[in-house]
Design a binder for this molecule. Sequence first.
Ligand code: LLP
Length: 439
Amino acid sequence: MTFERYGTMNVNEKGHLEVGGVDTLKLAQKYGTPLYVYDVALIRDRARGFKKTFAEMEIDAQVAYASKAFSSIAIYQLMAEEDLSLDVVSGGELYTAIKANFPKERIHFHGNNKTAEELKMALDYDIGCIVLDNYDEITLLQKLLEERKQKMAVLIRVTPGIEAHTHDYILTGQDDSKFGFGLTNGQAEKAIQEVLAAEEQFDLIGLHCHIGSQIFETTGFVMAAHRIMEQLVLWRDSLGFESKVLNLGGGFGVRYTQDDQPLDPSEYVRQIVQEVKQMAINHRLEMPEIWIEPGRSLVGEAGTTLYKIGSRKEVPGIRDYVAVDGGMNDNIRPALYEAQYEAVLAKNPLGKTEETVAIAGKCCESGDMLIWDLRLPKAFSEEILAVFCTGAYGYSMASNYNRIPRPAVVFVEDGQDKLVIKRESYADLVRNDLSFIEV
Ligand code: LLP
Protein backbone atom coordinates (compact mmCIF):
# COMPACT_ATOMS: atom_id res chain seq x y z
CA MET A 1 0.00 0.00 0.00
CA THR A 2 1.34 3.45 -0.84
CA PHE A 3 2.01 5.49 2.24
CA GLU A 4 1.40 9.07 1.16
CA ARG A 5 4.34 10.70 2.84
CA TYR A 6 7.63 11.17 1.05
CA GLY A 7 9.20 9.77 -2.11
CA THR A 8 9.19 6.00 -2.33
CA MET A 9 7.81 5.43 1.16
CA ASN A 10 5.46 2.52 1.30
CA VAL A 11 3.79 0.15 3.67
CA ASN A 12 4.75 -3.38 2.63
CA GLU A 13 2.70 -6.56 2.76
CA LYS A 14 3.76 -7.09 6.38
CA GLY A 15 2.41 -3.66 7.22
CA HIS A 16 5.93 -2.31 7.89
CA LEU A 17 7.32 1.02 6.74
CA GLU A 18 9.40 0.59 3.63
CA VAL A 19 11.73 3.12 1.97
CA GLY A 20 13.34 2.58 -1.42
CA GLY A 21 11.74 -0.86 -1.49
CA VAL A 22 13.51 -1.92 1.73
CA ASP A 23 11.76 -2.83 4.99
CA THR A 24 12.88 -0.36 7.66
CA LEU A 25 12.66 -3.00 10.40
CA LYS A 26 15.18 -5.06 8.45
CA LEU A 27 17.43 -2.01 8.12
CA ALA A 28 17.27 -1.38 11.86
CA GLN A 29 18.14 -5.00 12.51
CA LYS A 30 20.96 -5.12 9.98
CA TYR A 31 22.67 -1.82 10.81
CA GLY A 32 21.48 -1.06 14.34
CA THR A 33 19.93 2.18 15.56
CA PRO A 34 19.89 5.14 15.44
CA LEU A 35 20.14 4.91 11.70
CA TYR A 36 19.83 7.53 8.99
CA VAL A 37 18.11 6.14 5.89
CA TYR A 38 18.16 8.11 2.61
CA ASP A 39 15.72 7.55 -0.24
CA VAL A 40 18.04 7.92 -3.23
CA ALA A 41 15.22 8.00 -5.79
CA LEU A 42 13.68 11.02 -4.06
CA ILE A 43 17.00 12.89 -4.16
CA ARG A 44 17.42 12.10 -7.85
CA ASP A 45 13.87 13.20 -8.49
CA ARG A 46 14.46 16.58 -6.81
CA ALA A 47 17.75 17.11 -8.63
CA ARG A 48 16.16 16.31 -11.98
CA GLY A 49 13.14 18.48 -11.19
CA PHE A 50 15.30 21.57 -10.70
CA LYS A 51 17.32 20.89 -13.84
CA LYS A 52 14.23 20.18 -15.91
CA THR A 53 12.63 23.47 -14.90
CA PHE A 54 15.66 25.44 -16.10
CA ALA A 55 15.78 23.41 -19.30
CA GLU A 56 12.10 24.01 -19.99
CA MET A 57 12.60 27.73 -19.47
CA GLU A 58 15.65 27.59 -21.74
CA ILE A 59 17.87 29.16 -19.12
CA ASP A 60 21.57 28.45 -18.72
CA ALA A 61 21.86 27.32 -15.16
CA GLN A 62 23.78 25.49 -12.49
CA VAL A 63 22.09 23.68 -9.64
CA ALA A 64 24.62 23.45 -6.84
CA TYR A 65 23.90 21.16 -3.93
CA ALA A 66 24.42 23.13 -0.69
CA SER A 67 26.28 20.33 0.92
CA LYS A 68 26.18 21.66 4.46
CA ALA A 69 22.74 20.01 4.55
CA PHE A 70 24.41 16.59 4.46
CA SER A 71 28.03 16.15 3.57
CA SER A 72 29.58 12.79 2.79
CA ILE A 73 31.48 11.11 -0.01
CA ALA A 74 28.43 9.13 -1.09
CA ILE A 75 26.06 12.09 -1.35
CA TYR A 76 28.67 14.02 -3.34
CA GLN A 77 29.00 11.08 -5.71
CA LEU A 78 25.25 10.93 -6.10
CA MET A 79 25.06 14.66 -6.86
CA ALA A 80 27.89 14.31 -9.38
CA GLU A 81 26.00 11.46 -11.01
CA GLU A 82 23.00 13.79 -11.32
CA ASP A 83 25.22 16.45 -12.91
CA LEU A 84 24.78 18.95 -10.13
CA SER A 85 27.38 21.43 -8.94
CA LEU A 86 28.50 21.61 -5.33
CA ASP A 87 28.55 24.36 -2.74
CA VAL A 88 31.15 23.78 -0.02
CA VAL A 89 31.76 26.03 2.96
CA SER A 90 34.88 24.67 4.62
CA GLY A 91 38.14 22.88 4.02
CA GLY A 92 36.45 19.75 5.37
CA GLU A 93 33.62 19.85 2.86
CA LEU A 94 36.09 20.62 0.09
CA TYR A 95 38.30 17.72 1.15
CA THR A 96 35.27 15.41 1.13
CA ALA A 97 34.39 16.61 -2.38
CA ILE A 98 37.90 15.93 -3.60
CA LYS A 99 37.83 12.47 -2.00
CA ALA A 100 34.52 11.84 -3.77
CA ASN A 101 36.15 12.81 -7.06
CA PHE A 102 33.60 15.55 -7.54
CA PRO A 103 34.29 17.48 -10.78
CA LYS A 104 36.40 20.33 -9.43
CA GLU A 105 35.21 22.88 -11.98
CA ARG A 106 31.71 22.56 -10.53
CA ILE A 107 32.72 23.24 -6.92
CA HIS A 108 31.81 26.63 -5.46
CA PHE A 109 33.43 27.76 -2.21
CA HIS A 110 31.44 29.82 0.30
CA GLY A 111 31.98 31.10 3.79
CA ASN A 112 32.33 34.31 5.78
CA ASN A 113 35.75 33.47 7.20
CA LYS A 114 37.66 31.21 4.89
CA THR A 115 41.16 30.78 6.23
CA ALA A 116 44.31 31.21 4.15
CA GLU A 117 44.78 27.42 4.32
CA GLU A 118 41.28 26.80 3.02
CA LEU A 119 41.71 29.31 0.21
CA LYS A 120 45.06 27.76 -0.74
CA MET A 121 43.39 24.37 -0.87
CA ALA A 122 40.74 25.76 -3.22
CA LEU A 123 43.49 27.26 -5.39
CA ASP A 124 45.52 24.03 -5.37
CA TYR A 125 42.50 22.15 -6.68
CA ASP A 126 41.61 25.01 -9.01
CA ILE A 127 37.92 24.74 -8.20
CA GLY A 128 35.12 26.39 -10.19
CA CYS A 129 34.73 29.58 -8.21
CA ILE A 130 35.08 31.26 -4.85
CA VAL A 131 32.27 33.37 -3.45
CA LEU A 132 33.83 36.49 -1.91
CA ASP A 133 32.20 37.46 1.33
CA ASN A 134 34.11 40.44 2.77
CA TYR A 135 36.90 42.93 2.08
CA ASP A 136 39.50 41.05 4.14
CA GLU A 137 38.90 38.03 1.98
CA ILE A 138 39.33 40.04 -1.21
CA THR A 139 42.71 41.28 0.06
CA LEU A 140 43.82 37.85 1.25
CA LEU A 141 42.75 35.98 -1.87
CA GLN A 142 44.24 38.61 -4.15
CA LYS A 143 47.57 38.27 -2.36
CA LEU A 144 47.51 34.48 -2.62
CA LEU A 145 46.62 34.61 -6.30
CA GLU A 146 49.33 37.18 -6.98
CA GLU A 147 51.95 35.00 -5.29
CA ARG A 148 50.88 31.99 -7.32
CA LYS A 149 50.33 33.89 -10.56
CA GLN A 150 46.91 32.29 -10.67
CA LYS A 151 43.54 33.67 -11.67
CA MET A 152 40.27 32.62 -10.07
CA ALA A 153 36.62 33.00 -11.03
CA VAL A 154 34.77 34.76 -8.22
CA LEU A 155 31.27 35.80 -7.29
CA ILE A 156 30.53 38.59 -4.84
CA ARG A 157 27.99 37.77 -2.16
CA VAL A 158 25.55 40.57 -1.52
CA THR A 159 22.91 41.01 1.16
CA PRO A 160 19.90 42.46 -0.58
CA GLY A 161 18.13 43.68 2.60
CA ILE A 162 15.31 41.15 2.49
CA GLU A 163 13.57 39.94 5.63
CA ALA A 164 12.44 36.43 4.74
CA HIS A 165 9.86 34.74 6.94
CA THR A 166 11.73 32.01 8.77
CA HIS A 167 13.52 31.36 12.06
CA ASP A 168 15.87 34.23 12.99
CA TYR A 169 18.92 31.98 13.20
CA ILE A 170 18.52 30.85 9.60
CA LEU A 171 17.85 34.28 8.14
CA THR A 172 20.76 35.59 6.09
CA GLY A 173 19.64 38.17 3.54
CA GLN A 174 18.79 41.03 5.90
CA ASP A 175 21.08 44.08 6.24
CA ASP A 176 22.21 43.09 9.74
CA SER A 177 23.91 39.85 8.76
CA LYS A 178 27.42 38.48 9.16
CA PHE A 179 27.38 37.44 5.50
CA GLY A 180 28.20 39.36 2.36
CA PHE A 181 28.32 42.96 1.22
CA GLY A 182 25.35 45.28 1.71
CA LEU A 183 23.63 45.99 -1.56
CA THR A 184 22.10 49.29 -0.55
CA ASN A 185 24.80 50.80 1.68
CA GLY A 186 27.54 51.03 -0.95
CA GLN A 187 29.55 48.03 0.26
CA ALA A 188 28.72 45.82 -2.71
CA GLU A 189 29.64 48.55 -5.17
CA LYS A 190 32.98 49.14 -3.47
CA ALA A 191 33.67 45.39 -3.50
CA ILE A 192 32.90 45.18 -7.21
CA GLN A 193 35.27 48.08 -7.89
CA GLU A 194 38.06 46.45 -5.87
CA VAL A 195 37.64 43.12 -7.60
CA LEU A 196 37.38 44.60 -11.08
CA ALA A 197 40.57 46.56 -10.41
CA ALA A 198 42.46 43.33 -9.69
CA GLU A 199 41.77 41.85 -13.10
CA GLU A 200 45.02 39.88 -13.16
CA GLN A 201 43.80 37.83 -10.21
CA PHE A 202 40.02 37.85 -10.38
CA ASP A 203 37.55 36.96 -13.05
CA LEU A 204 34.39 38.48 -11.59
CA ILE A 205 31.69 36.31 -13.09
CA GLY A 206 28.75 37.48 -11.06
CA LEU A 207 26.84 38.07 -7.86
CA HIS A 208 25.44 35.80 -5.20
CA CYS A 209 22.75 36.16 -2.59
CA HIS A 210 20.98 33.80 -0.22
CA ILE A 211 18.10 35.20 1.79
CA GLY A 212 17.55 32.41 4.31
CA SER A 213 16.37 28.87 4.74
CA GLN A 214 13.11 26.91 5.03
CA ILE A 215 11.19 29.65 3.21
CA PHE A 216 7.75 28.88 1.81
CA GLU A 217 6.84 32.11 0.04
CA THR A 218 8.28 33.09 -3.30
CA THR A 219 8.04 36.83 -2.57
CA GLY A 220 11.42 37.09 -0.83
CA PHE A 221 13.27 35.33 -3.64
CA VAL A 222 11.54 37.41 -6.30
CA MET A 223 12.24 40.65 -4.41
CA ALA A 224 15.89 39.73 -4.00
CA ALA A 225 16.21 38.99 -7.71
CA HIS A 226 14.45 42.27 -8.52
CA ARG A 227 16.70 44.36 -6.29
CA ILE A 228 19.88 42.83 -7.63
CA MET A 229 18.75 43.28 -11.22
CA GLU A 230 17.93 46.93 -10.47
CA GLN A 231 21.46 47.41 -9.16
CA LEU A 232 22.94 45.61 -12.13
CA VAL A 233 21.32 48.14 -14.44
CA LEU A 234 22.95 50.96 -12.48
CA TRP A 235 26.33 49.22 -12.35
CA ARG A 236 26.27 48.46 -16.05
CA ASP A 237 25.95 52.18 -16.66
CA SER A 238 28.29 53.44 -13.94
CA LEU A 239 30.95 50.69 -13.75
CA GLY A 240 30.54 48.89 -17.05
CA PHE A 241 29.99 45.73 -15.00
CA GLU A 242 27.87 42.94 -16.45
CA SER A 243 27.05 39.95 -14.26
CA LYS A 244 27.33 36.75 -16.30
CA VAL A 245 26.02 34.75 -13.37
CA LEU A 246 23.33 35.44 -10.83
CA ASN A 247 23.39 32.95 -7.97
CA LEU A 248 20.21 33.24 -5.92
CA GLY A 249 21.13 30.72 -3.24
CA GLY A 250 18.90 28.08 -1.71
CA GLY A 251 16.35 28.12 1.06
CA PHE A 252 13.31 26.46 -0.52
CA GLY A 253 11.13 25.05 2.24
CA VAL A 254 10.23 21.41 2.82
CA ARG A 255 7.38 19.62 4.60
CA TYR A 256 8.47 18.59 8.07
CA THR A 257 4.91 18.21 9.29
CA GLN A 258 1.51 18.07 7.65
CA ASP A 259 1.07 21.76 8.56
CA ASP A 260 3.97 22.75 6.29
CA GLN A 261 2.78 23.61 2.81
CA PRO A 262 5.81 24.25 0.61
CA LEU A 263 5.39 24.80 -3.10
CA ASP A 264 6.79 22.36 -5.56
CA PRO A 265 10.54 23.16 -5.49
CA SER A 266 10.55 23.98 -9.19
CA GLU A 267 7.92 26.67 -8.62
CA TYR A 268 10.47 28.80 -6.73
CA VAL A 269 12.81 28.50 -9.66
CA ARG A 270 10.10 29.37 -12.15
CA GLN A 271 9.15 32.58 -10.38
CA ILE A 272 12.75 33.68 -9.81
CA VAL A 273 13.62 33.11 -13.46
CA GLN A 274 10.52 34.95 -14.65
CA GLU A 275 11.47 38.00 -12.61
CA VAL A 276 15.07 38.04 -13.79
CA LYS A 277 13.96 37.54 -17.40
CA GLN A 278 11.44 40.36 -17.21
CA MET A 279 13.97 42.75 -15.68
CA ALA A 280 16.54 41.78 -18.29
CA ILE A 281 14.11 42.48 -21.11
CA ASN A 282 12.88 45.76 -19.60
CA HIS A 283 16.38 47.09 -19.11
CA ARG A 284 18.09 45.48 -22.09
CA LEU A 285 20.44 43.58 -19.83
CA GLU A 286 22.04 40.37 -21.02
CA MET A 287 20.13 37.49 -19.35
CA PRO A 288 22.54 36.11 -16.73
CA GLU A 289 23.05 32.43 -16.08
CA ILE A 290 20.98 31.51 -13.03
CA TRP A 291 22.57 29.42 -10.34
CA ILE A 292 20.76 28.07 -7.31
CA GLU A 293 22.00 26.29 -4.20
CA PRO A 294 19.34 24.08 -2.70
CA GLY A 295 20.33 21.95 0.27
CA ARG A 296 17.29 21.07 2.34
CA SER A 297 14.94 20.69 -0.62
CA LEU A 298 17.26 18.12 -2.21
CA VAL A 299 17.88 15.90 0.81
CA GLY A 300 15.57 16.87 3.68
CA GLU A 301 12.49 14.84 2.90
CA ALA A 302 14.64 11.95 1.65
CA GLY A 303 16.01 11.26 5.13
CA THR A 304 14.33 9.17 7.83
CA THR A 305 15.88 8.36 11.20
CA LEU A 306 15.19 5.00 12.81
CA TYR A 307 15.47 4.86 16.59
CA LYS A 308 14.87 2.09 19.08
CA ILE A 309 12.43 2.88 21.85
CA GLY A 310 13.83 2.29 25.34
CA SER A 311 12.56 3.53 28.65
CA ARG A 312 9.31 5.21 29.42
CA LYS A 313 8.40 7.66 32.16
CA GLU A 314 4.86 8.65 32.98
CA VAL A 315 4.25 11.94 34.74
CA PRO A 316 0.64 11.59 35.91
CA GLY A 317 -1.64 14.25 34.54
CA ILE A 318 1.17 15.88 32.54
CA ARG A 319 2.77 13.72 29.89
CA ASP A 320 4.32 10.38 29.04
CA TYR A 321 7.97 10.45 28.04
CA VAL A 322 9.12 7.76 25.62
CA ALA A 323 12.90 7.72 25.28
CA VAL A 324 14.81 6.65 22.17
CA ASP A 325 18.43 5.65 21.69
CA GLY A 326 19.45 8.92 19.99
CA GLY A 327 18.45 12.54 20.34
CA MET A 328 20.10 15.94 20.16
CA ASN A 329 23.45 14.37 19.32
CA ASP A 330 22.07 13.10 15.99
CA ASN A 331 19.40 15.77 15.49
CA ILE A 332 19.87 19.06 17.29
CA ARG A 333 17.22 20.88 15.28
CA PRO A 334 14.33 20.51 17.77
CA ALA A 335 16.54 21.79 20.61
CA LEU A 336 18.12 24.55 18.54
CA TYR A 337 15.25 25.83 16.42
CA GLU A 338 12.20 24.27 18.05
CA ALA A 339 11.92 22.32 14.81
CA GLN A 340 8.88 20.06 14.56
CA TYR A 341 8.93 16.48 13.30
CA GLU A 342 6.48 13.68 12.76
CA ALA A 343 7.10 9.99 13.35
CA VAL A 344 5.46 6.58 13.20
CA LEU A 345 6.14 3.12 14.52
CA ALA A 346 7.98 1.34 11.71
CA LYS A 347 6.13 -1.90 12.33
CA ASN A 348 2.71 -0.33 11.67
CA PRO A 349 2.79 3.22 10.35
CA LEU A 350 -0.92 3.04 9.62
CA GLY A 351 -1.78 1.66 13.07
CA LYS A 352 -4.60 3.29 15.01
CA THR A 353 -3.15 5.94 17.31
CA GLU A 354 -4.01 5.44 20.95
CA GLU A 355 -1.88 7.82 22.96
CA THR A 356 0.02 11.09 22.87
CA VAL A 357 3.63 10.78 23.95
CA ALA A 358 6.71 12.98 24.16
CA ILE A 359 9.74 11.53 22.39
CA ALA A 360 12.82 12.16 24.51
CA GLY A 361 16.45 11.80 23.51
CA LYS A 362 19.04 10.07 25.68
CA CYS A 363 21.32 13.04 26.35
CA CYS A 364 21.69 14.49 29.81
CA GLU A 365 19.81 17.62 29.00
CA SER A 366 16.14 18.45 29.58
CA GLY A 367 16.01 20.21 26.22
CA ASP A 368 16.89 16.98 24.46
CA MET A 369 13.40 16.31 23.18
CA LEU A 370 12.75 15.22 19.60
CA ILE A 371 8.97 15.59 19.49
CA TRP A 372 6.78 16.99 22.25
CA ASP A 373 3.37 15.70 21.22
CA LEU A 374 3.24 12.64 19.04
CA ARG A 375 0.17 10.53 18.45
CA LEU A 376 1.15 6.85 18.31
CA PRO A 377 -0.30 3.40 18.78
CA LYS A 378 0.83 2.06 22.16
CA ALA A 379 4.64 2.20 21.91
CA PHE A 380 6.65 -0.50 23.61
CA SER A 381 10.30 -0.85 24.42
CA GLU A 382 12.44 -2.30 21.58
CA GLU A 383 10.06 -1.05 18.90
CA ILE A 384 11.43 1.08 16.07
CA LEU A 385 10.37 4.68 15.73
CA ALA A 386 10.80 6.28 12.29
CA VAL A 387 11.19 10.06 12.36
CA PHE A 388 10.52 11.68 8.99
CA CYS A 389 12.26 14.42 7.07
CA THR A 390 15.58 14.31 8.90
CA GLY A 391 17.78 14.34 5.80
CA ALA A 392 18.93 17.96 6.01
CA TYR A 393 21.03 19.38 8.85
CA GLY A 394 20.59 16.27 10.96
CA TYR A 395 23.65 14.12 10.45
CA SER A 396 25.64 17.17 9.33
CA MET A 397 25.01 18.91 12.67
CA ALA A 398 25.46 15.75 14.74
CA SER A 399 27.88 15.77 17.64
CA ASN A 400 29.41 13.40 20.12
CA TYR A 401 27.80 15.12 23.09
CA ASN A 402 27.81 12.74 26.06
CA ARG A 403 30.33 10.72 24.04
CA ILE A 404 27.59 9.14 22.02
CA PRO A 405 28.88 7.74 18.72
CA ARG A 406 27.31 9.22 15.61
CA PRO A 407 24.87 6.94 13.76
CA ALA A 408 25.38 5.03 10.56
CA VAL A 409 23.91 6.24 7.26
CA VAL A 410 22.36 3.97 4.66
CA PHE A 411 21.23 4.74 1.12
CA VAL A 412 18.28 2.74 -0.21
CA GLU A 413 17.12 2.46 -3.80
CA ASP A 414 15.23 -0.14 -5.83
CA GLY A 415 15.14 -2.67 -3.03
CA GLN A 416 18.87 -2.37 -2.30
CA ASP A 417 20.53 -0.91 0.77
CA LYS A 418 24.06 0.42 0.90
CA LEU A 419 25.96 1.54 3.97
CA VAL A 420 27.52 4.92 3.15
CA ILE A 421 28.71 6.10 6.57
CA LYS A 422 29.75 3.61 9.20
CA ARG A 423 28.47 3.94 12.74
CA GLU A 424 31.12 5.47 14.96
CA SER A 425 32.66 3.12 17.48
CA TYR A 426 33.79 3.85 21.00
CA ALA A 427 37.34 3.51 19.68
CA ASP A 428 36.56 6.29 17.17
CA LEU A 429 35.52 8.49 20.05
CA VAL A 430 38.89 8.29 21.79
CA ARG A 431 40.98 8.20 18.60
CA ASN A 432 42.36 11.70 19.09
CA ASP A 433 42.53 11.60 22.88
CA LEU A 434 46.01 11.57 24.35
CA SER A 435 46.98 10.44 27.83
CA PHE A 436 47.82 13.07 30.40
CA ILE A 437 49.47 10.54 32.66
CA GLU A 438 51.56 7.79 31.11
CA VAL A 439 50.25 4.35 32.02
N1 LLP B 1 23.41 28.77 0.08
C1 LLP B 1 23.90 29.41 1.14
C2 LLP B 1 24.86 30.49 0.95
C3 LLP B 1 23.50 29.04 2.43
O1 LLP B 1 23.98 29.70 3.48
C4 LLP B 1 22.59 27.97 2.60
C5 LLP B 1 22.18 27.55 3.92
C6 LLP B 1 22.11 27.32 1.45
C7 LLP B 1 22.53 27.75 0.21
C8 LLP B 1 21.16 26.16 1.52
O2 LLP B 1 19.96 26.48 2.12
P1 LLP B 1 18.79 25.36 2.11
O3 LLP B 1 18.36 25.16 0.69
O4 LLP B 1 19.32 24.13 2.70
O5 LLP B 1 17.71 25.97 2.94
N2 LLP B 1 21.06 24.50 10.13
C9 LLP B 1 19.86 25.18 9.71
C10 LLP B 1 19.97 25.68 8.28
C11 LLP B 1 21.13 26.60 8.04
C12 LLP B 1 21.20 27.01 6.62
C13 LLP B 1 22.51 27.63 6.33
N3 LLP B 1 22.67 28.04 4.99
C14 LLP B 1 18.68 24.24 9.88
O6 LLP B 1 18.87 23.13 10.34
O7 LLP B 1 17.56 24.61 9.57
